[in-house]
Design a protein around this ligand. Structure first.
Ligand code: NOJ
Ligand code: CA
Length: 525
């Protein structure tokens, strides 16, 4: 009665950084295929791979110049077909990125569109005249710095781009654009892809009359310059919500497919991405854990707010890291905190998405300014916005190139390689990898964890305790967010099934939580 995307755990791969197979320092599809048994052993259920389509790589694949092929850096269509087959043979699902908001400026559609004002593809993008003084049509800002409008000298108009100038926004009000993009969706679904993570969905459609966005009273130096303005007329508009069920209809032409929406909106707005009758995305991403202080009270209150904001029957999901955010270990301040976060992520109600490398406790890698690759860091340097540090190569071993590449990796491998790699951690019961493997195995074995009800049992400044139940089975999760021990707030004798501090099953009764300890417990009788 539950779908695979409800029961399972999604593992996110940044393809440039997972496994290089040909020594060019860039991860690729044959590389991923060679590591599938690792993913089986880890115990995840679905793999989401960031864009692998032909791209000039201005935004490392989020600028697509051909929606129906594979970039040669990553391999071939035949490799993709083989990846699908090899995943399915192992009972794993494949989720690809669908990037509907923008193409690359090198996509033939945009090349045609910019050729002349009268080209049939002109209206596939968002072109507007300059103001009388030659300025852009309004004050809208690009996420990656500067105006969201770029002047085209040949045809003497501006085009709109929510991201880089090399990522012009498609005009989703044009029915021909919609049909073309729906056909792109069908192309990969028909090849056997199990679903999409839909990029930047909240930015799909803008206010057609182009009013200025108002200033953001909470903006301060140090924040992204794009946040100087509230995105009142550029994000989360009703016209965008109305298009989501259309995408869902395409996915539903096939069986058992999932759509995950990258909707970066407040908890209370997520319902618009599910649709009133759940006719929208099955899983609008919930990024709020990444924005909430890693403390018991704020997290408990977030869980309450999120659960309360879900539309009836809407399935929850949780994200703690991705290719746009600082890694857990660096963000939360240490290994103990990130181990605790693993227990949280994998025991909350709803589908978790796990970012590659977190399972071996990778942290952000320092990328020197001459090695910066991310266009955001290049455009808006020094504010810590750059995403290279969380996109560095997966560490398979302590060998040169970390077992990732025999060549020069596209981003640095970073320090602490001896300890933070798969080979070293594989047989160490106290390692990050063992903790994740045990957590994933327990989550899979226990319906209470993967589909059970959630109930808050206790929360104070130090710790949070909740219960997950399914039929007669009841498990408790106790998380100590502080650096001091505390008594386990429990009204009955409990024994640990798994702990961040002793990740093997112990029959022992527990009454104390160690600093930053996370435990999954069962009643003694
Ligand atoms: C969100 C993606 O996660 C990010 O990596 C990308 O730069 C933007 N969308 C633009 O596609
Ligand atoms: Ca390669």
């Amino acid at each position: 009665m539950y779908e695979w995307w409800q029961r399972g755990v999604v593992y996110q791969i940044y393809p440039r950084s997972f496994q290089d197979s040909n020594g060019d320092g860039i991860g690729d599809l044959p590389g991923i295929i060679s590591r599938l048994d690792y993913l089986v052993d880890l115990g995840i259920d679905a793999v989401w791979i960031c864009p692998i389509y032909p791209s000039p790589m201005a935004d490392f694949g989020y600028d697509i110049s051909d929606y129906r092929n594979v970039d040669p850096q990553f391999g071939t269509l035949a490799d993709l077909d083989r990846l699908i087959a090899e995943l399915h043979r192992r009972n794993l699902k494949l989720i690809l990125d669908f990037v509907p908001n923008h193409t690359s400026s090198e996509h033939p559609w945009f090349q045609a569109s910019r050729r002349s004002r009268h080209d049939p593809k002109r209206d596939w993008y968002i072109w507007r005249d300059a103001k009388d003084d030659g300025q852009p049509p309004n004050n809208w800002l690009s996420e990656f710095g500067g105006s969201a409008w770029t002047w085209d000298e040949d045809t003497r108009q501006f085009y709109y781009h929510a991201f880089l100038a090399q990522q012009p926004d498609l005009n989703w009000r044009n029915p021909r654009v919609r049909e073309a993009m729906f056909d792109v969706m069908r192309f990969w679904l028909a090849r056997g892809v199990d679903g999409y993570r839909v990029d930047a969905i909240h930015l799909l459609v803008e206010n057609e009359s182009l009013p200025d966005n108002p200033p953001n009273p909470d903006w301060h130096a140090g924040m992204s310059p794009a946040r100087r303005l509230l995105r009142m007329h550029t994000a989360d508009l009703p016209d965008t919500h109305a298009l989501i069920p259309e995408m869902r209809k395409i996915a539903d032409e096939f069986t058992a497919r999932v759509l995950i929406g990258e909707a970066s909106v407040p908890v209370e707005r997520l319902k618009h991405y599910y649709g009133q009758a759940l006719e929208g995305f099955q899983l609008p991403f919930n990024f709020h854990l990444m924005r909430t202080p890693f403390e018991a009270l704020p997290i408990a209150s977030l869980i309450r707010r999120y659960e309360a904001a879900l539309p009836p029957g809407g399935w929850p999901n949780w994200v703690l890291g991705n290719h746009d955010r600082s890694r857990l270990r660096s963000r939360l301040g240490g290994a103990a905190q990130s181990r605790l976060a693993a227990v949280l992520l994998l025991t909350l109600r709803g589908t978790p998405t796990l970012y590659y490398g977190e399972e071996i406790g990778m942290g952000d890698v320092v990328v020197e300014s001459d090695a910066v690759r991310d266009p955001w860091e290049r455009n808006v340097p020094g504010l810590g916005l750059g995403r290279d540090p969380c996109r560095t190569p997966m560490r398979w071993s302590a060998a040169a190139g970390a077992g990732f590449t025999s060549g020069v990796p596209w981003l640095p491998i970073g320090g602490n390689l001896d300890e933070r790699n798969v080979a070293t951690q594989r047989d160490d019961p106290s390692s990050f990898l063992s903790l994740y493997r045990n957590l994933l195995a327990l989550r899979r074995a226990e319906p209470a964890l993967h589909v059970g009800e959630y109930r808050e049992v206790w929360v104070d400044e130090q710790c949070l305790v909740y219960e997950r139940t399914q039929d007669a089975r009841r498990l408790l999760v106790a998380l100590n967010f502080s650096d001091t021990s505390c008594p386990l707030p429990a009204q009955e004798p409990l024994r640990a099934c798994l702990s961040t501090h002793a990740p093997v099953r112990t029959a022992e009764q527990k009454s104390t939580l160690l600093p930053f300890e996370g435990i999954i417990l069962e009643p003694c009788n």
